[in-house]
Write a protein that binds this ligand. Structure first.
Ligand code: SAM
Length: 231
């Protein structure tokens, strides 16, 4: 990633650049805060941590920001710090989204190829990820991770008028489409893993919140909603 400092109109200061799908996912978070309120959120391949900063700003449940690269995680933690987001150090071996702690944001290394048992049991309501399928080799381990985590997250009972309506864990994965074959491979791999997948429709498309970025081609970025079958 090209290294630079960017300052966005939503007041998020970051070192290193956020990728295009990360910018659109950030707009999605800002446009639909109701999808994240009070929920335990896990971001995979978190990069600069921009999505995490916004999640912390809108107020969710616990937030776990992960990446496979330790250097990226170090930079991410620095970005959280300069944006005044308090970070919980994962010092305890059992620390995960299920534990109760006063600090809300945790950063940890999570490599999709090596899921440990304690990670298989993470109780997350929402998984987020952006610009993760640029390399087809990433797709099987990423989908395997989603197939491991989505079925184990606890459903949340909604506060709507209808009783006994539950929201099941969901992943929102934003992808810049650079090669259509890679997208087809991603969709096929998700379906083969027994997950259901739908493109976030026009009514859910994010509003343009990041007005300072002129060269972001939103038309080439898709957000997929992925869930485990529950019926
Ligand atoms: C293209 S960057 C996107 C970063 C950020 N989501 C964004 O939109 O700016 C992909 C990120 O995924 C991470 N990554 C790639 N392969 C990974 C793997 N197998 N396990 C964990 N993280 C991985 C990289 O370290 C990098 O931070």
């Amino acid at each position: 990633m090209a290294c630079m400092s960017c300052t966005l109109s939503i007041c998020c200061h970051l070192r290193c650049s956020t990728w295009p799908a990360g910018l659109l996912l950030s707009e999605f978070v800002l446009s639909h805060p109701e999808l994240f309120f009070g929920k335990n959120c896990l971001e995979v391949g978190a990069g600069t941590g921009m999505v995490g900063v916004l999640l912390a700003r809108i107020g969710t449940g616990k937030i776990m920001l992960t990446d496979g690269s330790l250097a990226t995680l170090a930079n991410l933690k620095n970005n959280l710090s300069i944006n005044n987001v308090e970070v919980e150090e994962a010092q305890q071996a059992n620390s995960d989204l299920n534990t109760h702690s006063s600090t809300r944001v945790e950063c940890r290394q999570l490599t999709w190829e090596t899921l440990f048992d304690k990670e298989r049991n993470l109780d997350c309501n929402v998984i987020l990820g952006a610009d993760l399928i640029y390399d087809p080799l990433n797709i099987p381990p990423l989908v395997n991770l989603l197939a491991s985590l989505l079925p184990v997250g606890r459903p949340i009972r909604t506060n709507g008028l209808e009783q006994n309506v539950y929201e099941y864990p969901v992943a929102f994965i934003a992808s810049a489409i650079r090669n259509p074959d890679t997208l087809v491979y991603f969709v096929e791999t998700v379906r083969k893993a027994g997950l259901k997948m739908a493109e976030v429709g026009e009514t859910m498309r994010p509003a343009i919140c990041l007005t300072g970025i002129s060269d972001l081609d939103r038309s080439t970025i898709l957000i997929h909603k992925i869930q485990a079958w529950k019926d």
